[in-house]
Ligand binder design. Structure first.
Ligand SMILES: [Zn+2]
Length: 108
């Protein structure tokens, strides 16, 4: 079994990974949806964010800039799914921090 793969958290992405994530962002929604990195959402778990009218039916990797240090990282589709569906996060919670900044806060 190929089990020992490093968990891909989006931390310290390579240039290539970032470029690919940015490229996927530009794709037509229906191409995004069929992309291998897309993760299907569970609409029934998203009723806490229904104020926007349309709910996402999938997530894709999202490149972002850390609001704290300006570093570019990737917010993985499956982490978004967890954030919205399990942690009940809101869509407007957009300001994101990179892994390093989040860890630093926790240890303070
Ligand atoms: Zn940062």
């Amino acid at each position: 079994m190929a089990k020992n793969r490093k968990q891909d958290t989006g931390r310290d992405p390579s240039k290539k990974e970032l470029q690919e994530a940015e490229r996927i962002q530009q794709l037509h929604p229906h191409l995004q949806k069929d992309h291998p990195s897309a993760v299907k959402s569970d609409i029934s778990k998203l009723d806490h964010i229904n104020t926007y009218g349309s709910l996402p039916d999938y997530y894709i990797d999202r490149p972002f800039t850390c609001r704290n240090c300006g570093k570019r990282e990737i917010w993985r589709a499956r982490d978004q799914k967890w954030y919205y569906e399990e942690a009940k996060g809101h869509t407007d919670a957009f300001a994101l921090e990179c892994h390093d900044c989040r860890i630093e806060k926790k240890t303070k």
